[in-house]
Design a protein around this ligand. Structure first.
Ligand code: DX5
Ligand code: ZN
Length: 216
């Protein structure tokens, strides 16, 4: 089954509650937290996540593009996140962090930037509920999908199967009606889409259309 997670980054930040409601029916709402250090952009923090989690019934899929996720992840769970993704490039102790996220009742997920290979982290996979493969350089919505990431998605799916694991494989960046089938074919099953959803006239329909394309 394909999960579609609209990214609130492409929404109107002055109307976050309405924008979250516009995609009810989506599986998770993807929330990009950027600190202007790990990536060259700044978005939102704990208080906004807390308000957003009260404004929608859709569970929140937090993507932390920040330095020191070891310190901040627990606060985002307390603010209402159902899933927390940290970047392995920024985490001081990814195993301890993943265990802490799970112990606090959220799903633990680890992200890889385009230049970060999966192979050194093969042994960490059992500690995770989801792995995120970035299909653009993190930092901004609306960038072009990087086709060169397809082999990494394929290799990661093979590793997951070889270990007999259940973890979800998420792709984020440039996912649209034009690229989602390639991602699904390579083995992704959770799809983040920002501009493809919020740039559409009818965001809820865009979610349904993406899901249908991913499942064919
Ligand atoms: C980029 C963010 C993405 C972004 C995707 O760094 O992690 O979640 O919102 O936006 P699109 O789908 O427009 O590429
Ligand atoms: Zn993201």
């Amino acid at each position: 089954m394909a999960l579609i997670n609209p990214s609130i980054l492409s929404a109107d930040f002055a109307r976050l509650a309405e924008e979250a409601k516009a995609v009810e029916g989506a599986d998770w709402l993807h929330v990009d937290v950027m600190d202007n250090h790990f990536v060259p952009n700044l978005t939102l923090g704990v208080p906004v996540v807390e308000s957003l989690s009260k404004a929608t019934d859709t569970p929140l899929d937090l993507h932390l593009m920040i330095e020191d996720p070891d310190r901040w992840a627990p606060q985002y769970i307390e603010a209402g996140a159902g899933s927390v993704t940290f970047h392995v490039e920024a985490a001081a102790a990814p195993v301890r962090l993943a265990r802490e996220i799970r112990a606090k009742g959220a799903r633990a997920s680890m992200a890889l930037k385009p230049a970060t290979p999966i192979e050194p982290y093969e042994d960490l996979l059992p500690e995770l509920d989801m792995l995120l493969i970035m299909t653009v350089e993190p930092g901004f919505g609306g960038q072009a999908f990087l086709d060169i990431m397809l082999p990494k998605i394929r290799r990661t799916r093979e590793l997951i199967s070889r270990h007999g694991l259940q973890l979800a494989l998420q792709v984020d960046g440039g996912v649209s009606a034009a690229t989602i089938e390639r991602c699904a074919e390579a083995g992704a099953d959770v799809f983040v889409a920002g501009s493809a959803v919020y740039g559409a006239d009818d965001p809820a329909k865009a979610v349904r259309d993406l899901r249908e394309k991913a499942e064919t």
